[in-house]
Ligand binder design. Structure first.
Ligand code: NDP
Ligand code: 8X3
Length: 263
């Protein structure tokens, strides 16, 4: 299926290109797969080159794919990588700011400083660096769509969530700020805020698969593909429609702290 002529401002007729951060795993990788199904060319970003190569190999059968290996915490590396894009990939129509994780789950009084740095540097500052590298070309063209992956943790705070929730509240505030500032340029800005999604997220949070195993037991969590479909829904709306904000849970989840489990 190739319905990649999506309704961005200006009725662009050539194929669209999306840059996805955190495309080596979970929601980012599933979004790359979903976009490839719809004929959207891809710039896939992450730190694990082997995984980038695997996803590229898989999706190159359907669309043009370029990979960028950089750590979003590293300002210079971020600008250098995005500045190095070959001409065919320089026009980014859709930016998916997805790279991010929770690091640790501790009460504030015993929280780990390195974990705090990681969450603020990756989830908040990394998102800003990538956006800063891409937004000028969108304002110049007066066209584009930015989708920031927030979280239900950006809308409510739960025990031991402190800094991760803070980082995701910041993502939501920055998203709303982007929507206001980019309004004169006709650029769409969307927040996608999922609850529990079964990815490698918990392995990172608990620093290893062993400890993470219980997170998704006893209920069917959202799958990365469910979120990817919501993202594609947002990018495929008509030119006059901007999906501002989606909060999505699995059926078993009612809030950050209420999950119906059959254990
Ligand atoms: P995963 O752990 O599966 O994926 C995280 C991705 O982020 C990986 O591709 C990783 O790539 C990338 N990443 C992490 N740190 C960096 C870094 N410093 N520089 C560049 N890339 C980085 O988790 P999810 O797919 O679940 O998470 C994706 C987003 O969704 C995150 O923003 C997360 O906060 C959010 N989210 C997740 C939920 C969940 O329950 N899973 C719920 C709500 C929101 P690599 O290691 O190769 O660099
Ligand atoms: C990830 C979902 O509930 O672990 O953002 O914060 S949660």
């Amino acid at each position: 299926m190739s319905d990649s002529v999506l309704p961005l401002k200006g009725n662009k007729k050539e194929l669209l290109t999306a840059l996805i951060t955190g495309a080596t795993s979970g929601i980012g990788r599933a979004t790359a797969q979903e976009f490839a199904k719809h004929g959207i060319n891809l710039v896939l970003c992450g730190r694990r080159q082997e995984r980038l190569d695997t996803v590229q190999k898989d999706l190159s059968k359907h669309v043009n794919v370029h990979t960028l290996n950089f750590d979003v915490r590293d300002k210079d590396a971020t600008f250098k990588a995005i500045g190095s894009l070959p001409e065919a990939f320089q026009t980014i129509d859709i930016l998916i700011n997805n790279a991010g994780n929770a690091h640790g789950l501790d009460p504030i009084q015993t929280g780990n400083l390195d974990d705090w740095d990681a969450m603020m540097d990756i989830n908040v500052k990394g998102l800003l660096y990538v956006s800063k590298a891409i937004i000028p070309s969108m304002t110049e063209r007066q066209s584009g769509h930015i989708i920031n992956i927030g979280s239900s943790a950006g809308k409510e705070v739960y025990p031991k969530g402190n800094v991760y929730c803070g980082s995701k509240h910041a993502v939501l505030a920055i998203t709303e700020g982007m929507r206001i500032d980019l309004n004169p340029f006709g650029i769409k800005v969307t927040a996608i805020n999922p609850g529990l999604v079964e990815t490698e997220f918990s392995e990172v949070r608990y620093k290893g698969a062993e400890n993470a195993n219980n997170t998704y037991k006893g209920f069917k969590a959202l799958q990365a593909e469910d979120v990817a479909e919501a993202i594609y829904f947002a990018v495929s709306r008509p030119a006059h429609v901007n999906i501002a904000d989606i909060l999505m849970f699995c059926t078993a989840q009612a809030s950050s702290t209420i999950v119906k489990k059959d254990l």
